[in-house]
Design a protein around this ligand. Structure first.
Ligand code: 5GP
Length: 122
C-alpha cells in the first residue's frame, strides 16, 4: 500500500513553524496542540512529526520509536490537561472520505471536560 502525503497540508505547515499553534507538548517525534475550533472544553490534537497521512499509514509504516513516542505523548497530554486520571476522555481519529478526515496528516483528537455523548449519531 502506498500513501500520497501532501506536504502543504495545514499540520505539515504547523510542524514547519509556518503557522502558529498553542502547543501542549513537544517530544522527539510528536507534537500536541489545542484544536483551533474546539468541540469540547478539552480538545487537543496529537500528531506525529513524520509524514503520515492517517492512522493506518502511521500504524503500518512508522518506526517503533515513533509509535512508542506518540503513545507516551498521548498519555502525558491526557495527564497534563487533567482528563486521565480524572473524568475520562475520548480519543478519535478520522481517516479518509468515510471518516470525514479534513487534514491529511495523521492526528488523534483527545476530547474531554464534559460528558461527550454517544460515539456516533445513528
Ligand atoms: P479532522 O476532521 O481531519 O479529523 O480534524 C481536523 C481538525 O483540525 C479539526 O478539528 C480542526 O478544527 C482542526 N484544525 C484545522 N486547521 C487548524 C489549524 O490551523 N490549527 C489548529 N490548531 N487546528 C486546526
Amino acid at each position: 500500500m502506498t500513501y500520497a502525503y501532501d506536504p502543504q497540508n495545514i499540520f505539515a505547515r504547523i510542524l514547519r513553524g509556518e503557522i502558529p499553534n498553542r502547543t501542549v507538548l513537544e517530544t522527539d517525534h510528536t507534537l500536541a496542540f489545542h484544536d483551533i475550533n474546539p468541540a469540547a472544553p478539552v480538545h487537543v490534537l496529537v500528531i506525529p512529526k513524520g509524514a503520515y497521512v492517517s492512522f493506518d499509514h502511521f500504524a503500518a509504516k512508522a518506526s517503533a520509536d515513533e509509535i512508542v513516542d506518540f503513545h507516551r505523548a498521548c498519555a502525558q497530554v491526557c495527564e497534563m490537561v487533567g482528563v486521565a486520571p480524572g473524568d475520562g476522555f475520548r480519543a478519535i481519529t478520522n481517516s479518509g472520505k468515510s471518516g470525514m478526515q479534513e487534514v491529511p496528516h495523521y492526528h488523534l483528537h483527545i476530547l474531554g471536560g464534559k460528558v461527550l455523548g454517544p460515539l456516533i449519531a445513528r
